[in-house]
Design a protein around this ligand. Sequence first.
Ligand code: NAD
Length: 362
Amino acid sequence: MQAQTHATTVFLSATDMVRLVRRVGLSACIAGVAERIEREFLRWHEFDKSARVAAYSERGVIELMPIADASRFAFKYVNGHPGNHLIGLPSVMAFGALADVDTGAPRFLSELTLTTAIRTAAMSALATRQLARADSRSMAIIGNGAQSEFQAITFRDLVGVRELRLFDVDRGASDKLAANLSGQGFDLRVCASAADAVRGADIVTTLTADKARATILTARMIEPGMHVNAVGGDSPGKTELEADVLQTASVFVEFEPQSRIEGEIQQMPADFSVTEFWQVLAGTHPGRRTASEVTVFDSVGFALEDFAALSFMRECAERQGLGTVVALVPQMDDPKNLYALLREPASNGADGSVRAPAPADC
Ligand code: NAD
């Protein structure tokens, strides 16, 4: 890779990200991102945090997720369009950047679609490791689309899950998941219904995409001691759990102001009690208190997870010599002379008169 100056940016394309994850190994990337998320969450008070900015439409949402500490600023652009598969696009697509706070210069611009799947799974597993019963080995996965392999492999590596029960309204998605995970150390079963998949599971992960107030899990399906990793309900009007599931559980969220708008808890009164997960990591909240307690991680995805993932991928790309140095910002000898980049020999009339140009036909 060409040397980077303080005015250039490293661009990591989707092709380069695939190369990076293949070279480093998916499990090693997941472990690295999880370790980085944990480290950044322990610096919770050092970040300038805000709920994401969203543009909602009939078919989906487009969001911007900014965050900064004293030295780095990060943002992610991400969408959620559950019907996209009908036109050959993923439901979730993302890219993002890291910039220097001291100068504002963008230093790293990266694909984040693959990275989002990795960071979401890493975040889910970090929460589950703290909140599920320590002897948890079985997991139901409801919704077997793009995120599901990443969740399964991460829960195998970081939580010790060995038994999976899969359910999706699209049987083809479950068959794809089962095929992708075969020979990877799982005891797998494709189930006929969500209730069938959930019955007897230690952990339930919901990963459905539907722009609706869905009830993937009802209170009747929940058994004492279960941990629910609710990932798919992440936007206003888009939920997966019946409100009664939350009513009787201990609920943990990423960043409360954002989760109140986007998470499962959007269904609950404003004073419904929740705990921000960083408190569990920091040891100021015990997390799970009893073996029979039901815990819910109401995941919506928070900018700090992307900050951590971008930082990790940037370092990996540098070590692997991947990425292209690009001039996202014009390179100038005199930074006050931006116009010099466009200056051409004078084209005025011989008499010095100025001709009004015709509108450009680009
Ligand atoms: P995807 O479209 O690839 O897969 C979603 C799957 O859900 C599809 O296979 C679909 O058939 C299935 N599904 C829809 N309704 C269902 C139902 N009622 N019961 C069972 N299955 C059902 O989407 P994806 O990329 O895997 O993302 C899954 C969800 O996770 C999306 O809602 C996405 O917005 C969300 N997400 C959240 C985070 C986060 O940080 N919380 C991050 C990434 C994605």
